[in-house]
Each structure stands twice: as structure tokens, then as C-alpha cells.
Design a protein around this ligand. Structure first.
Ligand code: SF4
Length: 177
């Protein structure tokens, strides 16, 4: 036991020091949460669809589910079926082999439904663009209400996109096929 304590004392702390709190960010999150609560009242069910992402956007969506952002406390939750969803959160350029699946997912989502395109790829095709393997932007396949740029967008940017979608606006996906 003495040897272990001696080794701990001689080794010291090897983990990264935690970052300093950012009060500006805290205010931003609180403002967003208040606005979301006011708009939603009770709940928003989101179905996430990976239409061909590199998985970078998924990591940020995963981070959005951290307790830190408290989206469950706001009544925002992710569901496994489009039939239970109010909103589709779609990532990636649309891979050709996902085109039909994305259309079917959109059709299976009950009205009124919202679509948020995530990331540069979702907004304009990003790094991958349009090719024999990629349909490019989400709005090339289904109507999109909100496009959140970034490669990948931060959790706060995603929350802002969700908030913007639920506060109304015009459809931007009129070019959908
Ligand atoms: S926007 Fe960036 S992180 Fe997101 S799928 Fe495209 S390349 Fe990946």
C-alpha cells in the first residue's frame, strides 16, 4: 500500500486540465432553451437520417445529446421511426444508394413536418458535391426548411437550426425533385 501511495505521489496528475467555463456560451444556451421551450410548449420528436455523411456531423449530433445541452429537459428527443417524428435532421450529401430511402423516410413522416439539412454537405454537397455516386445537397432529394452550414456544425449551431425551424419560415427546398 505504501508503495502504491508513493508511486501516485511521484507520478502526479497526468490527465488534461479541464477547460475554463465560458459564460458567454452559457447565456447563449439559456437563451436558446427559453426560446425553444416557448415555441415547443411540450415536445419535438426528431428522426435523424444519415444520407451519406462522413460521420463528423453525427459526432456533433451525438454531442448535442449530452446532458450539458439538456435537450431532453426541453422536450426535444430523438426517435427511431419517421412515423413518430415532427422533424427530420438529415446529414451528408445524399449518396445515390440512399436517395430512395431518404424519399421514403420523408414520405413516412406525418404532416406537418420539418426538415433540417445539417452541415456543408447537407447544404450544398460540401466536399463531395454531385457525382455518379452523390446526389449532393439534401434539397436535391426532399424539401428542406432549414440548412445549418459548418463542417461539421457545432451543437449550438444545430440547436439554432432546430429553433429556427420551429419558429416558422419559408420552404427553401422548392428545387427538390
Ligand atoms: S459537413 Fe463535414 S463533417 Fe458533415 S458530413 Fe460533410 S464532410 Fe462530414
Amino acid at each position: 500500500m505504501y508503495q502504491i501511495i508513493k508511486q501516485i505521489l511521484s507520478t502526479g496528475i497526468k490527465t488534461e486540465a479541464p477547460p475554463q467555463p465560458d459564460d458567454t456560451l452559457r447565456v447563449e444556451i439559456q437563451n436558446l432553451q427559453e426560446k425553444i421551450l416557448r415555441q415547443l410548449g411540450s415536445a419535438l420528436a426528431i428522426r435523424h437520417v444519415d444520407a451519406g455523411s462522413c460521420n463528423g456531423c453525427e459526432l456533433e449530433i451525438h454531442a448535442l445529446n449530452n446532458a450539458y445541452y439538456n435537450i431532453e429537459g426541453l422536450g426535444i428527443h430523438f426517435v427511431a421511426s419517421p412515423r413518430h417524428a415532427d422533424m427530420l435532421l438529415v446529414t451528408g450529401p445524399v449518396a445515390r444508394h440512399m436517395e430512395i430511402a431518404l424519399k421514403r423516410t420523408y414520405d413516412a413522416t406525418p404532416e406537418p413536418k420539418l426538415v433540417v439539412a445539417v452541415g456543408d454537405c447537407g447544404c450544398d454537397g460540401g466536399l463531395f458535391g454531385e457525382s455518379y455516386a452523390s446526389c449532393g445537397r439534401i434539397s436535391n432529394v426532399i424539401p428542406v426548411d432549414i440548412a445549418v452550414p459548418g463542417c461539421p456544425p457545432t451543437p449550438i449551431a444545430l440547436l439554432q437550426g432546430i429553433l429556427t425551424a420551429v419558429t416558422g419560415g419559408t420552404k427553401s427546398g422548392n428545387d427538390a425533385k
